[in-house]
Structures are given as structure tokens and as C-alpha cells.
Design a protein around this ligand. Sequence first.
Ligand code: FES
Length: 344
Amino acid sequence: MAEKKKLTTAEILAMARNQDKGGGEAGAGGSGAVEQSSDAAAASAPPETQKPVAAPKSTADILAAARAQGGGAKPSATKPAAGAAPKSTADILAAARAQGKGSGGDAAPAAKSVEAKPTPAKKAGVPEGDRPPLKDMVAAVKAASEGKPVVAPKVPVAKSKPKLPAKQEKVSRRSVMAMLSAVAITPFAAGWAVMGGLAGLWSLLVARFMMPNMVLELPSQFKVGPPSDFPPGTVSEKFKASRGIWIVHSDQYSGNDMIYALLSICTHLGCTPNWLEGEQKFKCPCHGSGFYITGINFEGPAPRPLERVGLRRAEDGMLEVDKSLKFQEELGQWSDPKSFYPVA
Ligand code: FES
């Protein structure tokens, strides 16, 4: 078997031109050493097992395809796509590219070229786990193969431990500092707190001691209105709840028409009797003591009559009560002019 001769570029070009001229007869019996070697190569490799020529992507691929063509490929496989005779290097390259398109073997060389070229990530020395996305890497490789400036794809930054919000971090730091401070000054703080509390308590006691003891009481003298507000034979309970007195207009005591004020306090044990208009008497609900309209006791355990308080007519014509003055009937004090207002 004759050894395959390595073709030069000039021989390849000449072979391509001859092929075009001969219309595919080159493989059938052309003249010259080149053709003989081609025939020998064709005879050694049957047409069915001829490897398809990969799509040429570079000058080296094109030249390799041309060599393969000149080395015994079938005329039909090396025929230019356009059908025109290649006259120049450009035509030869175009024919080789057309051949590569029809062979269906584009993917493998392309993949090989992509794999062979180092990615920008590898060039940059990025660790295996921190490489940029595949899409960016492919785009960078394409740009590099096309001669465009390569922009290094961004490497995704590894996610670190999420930080706490600034406010929360601040608060936690404060709380820690407060705890440390509290631990550090606890003895001093406790001492000063006790001293401050004692001083405040002492101040309050002194202030209370300096203030006089006061009992809020209503004034003993107060006006109840003009005499005309109290018709004869009536008992007014207008001031019973607020002042504890009845204003009575009656002439049953000693036959004199007068207005006087009776204390609404039972002389038995101090309960508050009620005026019974229908029975014309005061009745104590506690033990049943009864008093006439004059205040004289007549039933029950009450030992003595109700007491009168001072009553006079003021300069403005109003009746004025003076609870600081008390008059007891059993002591003969109801004859005191200060104990009643005589109605003319
Ligand atoms: Fe009035 Fe005893 S308190 S009857």
C-alpha cells in the first residue's frame, strides 16, 4: 500500500482547480503524481466509510477540509455548492465551507472549540463553585471567538449570613451594654436608690407635719330664704339632707306664730327621724320615737324633745340659720329670742 503523501498548500489549490475543470473526474483517473496518490487513498478507503468533513470554522479547518478533499474524497462530496469553478483562494474556501455545511458535522467541532478555549472564569482563576452562569460564559466565549472585546462575566457573590436590621442590631447591642452596665454598677445603684427613697419619704413626712390638720365642714351660718317661703303650719325638708335641719312655721308652741329650725337628730340614739305630713309628727325609724310639730317628744324611747338651732333675720331680709347655737326645751332655752323668728 502506497504511503499517503502530505500535500502542500499549492498542491491543494491546484487539485481544487483541476477538480473543478474535470467535473468530478479527478477521482476517476487524472494524470500526475497527485492524482495517483489520490487514487491510492481512495482505493484504501471505501466511499461508504469516508468520514464526513467537519464544518470549517477557521483557516486551519478549511485547509484540513481541502486536504481531505484532495486525499481521495468523492467528487460529489467536494463539489462546490455554487457550481462555479474555484479560481482563487476565496473560491476554494467558499467551496470548503459549502462542503462543511452539507456534512452535518458542525456540532462536534464547535463544541470542541468551545471546550478547548478556557472560559473567562477560568482565566480569572475563579473557584469551581463560584463561576458565572453558563449563559454569560457562552456569550464571553462567542465574543472571544469573534474577535470582540471580552467582558468578564460577573461572578455571583456567595450569600453570606443575613445581617440583622440596623435598629434591631442597635437594640440588641444596647441591651447587652445595659446588662453589662447593670452588673457593673449594681452595688452603687442599689445604695443610691435606697438613700434616695429614704430621703424622699422623710421629705414627705416633714411636709405633712408642717401642714395643719383641716376638716372640711360647711359653714355653721347659712341663709335659707325669706320668711314668705315658709307658709304657716308647714315643715320644710329642703335643708334636711344638706344641712340636717327642718324649717318649721307653727304657732302650736306657746300659742305664738313663729318660724324656728329643728335639728333632724333623734334624741334617743341619734337616728334621723322622718316628717309624716299625714300624721303631723316626726317619726324615728330606729326605735319608733315620735315628736310633735313643735319638737316635743311624746312616744318611744326618746328622753327629751328635739333641739332647736339659732335663727334670725339678716339685714337683707333673709332668714339665717346658725347651727353653732343650740337650744334645749327641757332647759328652758326655747324662750331665747335667738331660737326663733317671730312672725308678726
Ligand atoms: Fe330614735 Fe331610738 S334613735 S328612737
